[in-house]
Design a binder for this molecule. Sequence first.
Ligand SMILES: N[C@@H](CCC(=O)N[C@@H](CS)C(=O)NCC(=O)O)C(=O)O
Length: 208
Amino acid sequence: MITVHHLNNSRSQRILWLLEELGLDYEIVGYKRDATTNLAPPELTKIHPLGKSPVITDGGTPVAESGAIVEYLVRKYGKGKFMPAETSPDFVPYLHWLHYAEGSAMLPVMLTLYTMRLGEAAAPLRPRIESEIANHFGYMEKAIGSKDFFVGNELTGADFQIVFILEAARSLGLMKPYPNLNRYLDAIHARPAYKRGVERGGQYDLGG
Ligand SMILES: N[C@@H](CCC(=O)N[C@@H](CS)C(=O)NCC(=O)O)C(=O)O
């Protein structure tokens, strides 16, 4: 049995959505963020030493880091869904977008979140962070264009990774200049499997 160690309002929501799209049986063990610090509770370190979400266990094996979890589930249970064949011209773009989300696009979003808390003390950092937001979000805006998904014409593991970045950005008010990304995100939110994932996970609100 697959167990998702699910932290409220966190990246583990993308794993619930993926499991719903895959139509797999899974169970959820819920963890609550600390009301003051917003950090995960220490019990999560019993599943994986980093104590971060998402982490899943599958037959006792823990898998941590969302990109690794998405790749693990798609390869092991996807039966060819949600990832192009290695011989397909979409394979390299798939790898790029799958890794790009957490590897590059999330950094300026996190820096925006952290520097907001610093107020005026963060002023010298802001131009660089804002230019990186424009760089990465401009890149994604152009890439999605009028398409439904980031890779080819199909939902792939890359979309599960990118959607959380856009949700986090929307909660910080960073998404207004990007109509294509907003259209894409709204369409994803309308998917029945996405909605089922939110129902199973409980309240999902990144604060925007
Ligand atoms: N790159 C990691 C990031 C994991 C991460 O930082 N998760 C956040 C939730 S979105 C977390 O566990 N925060 C609580 C904490 O750091 O205590 C991944 O995608 O799995």
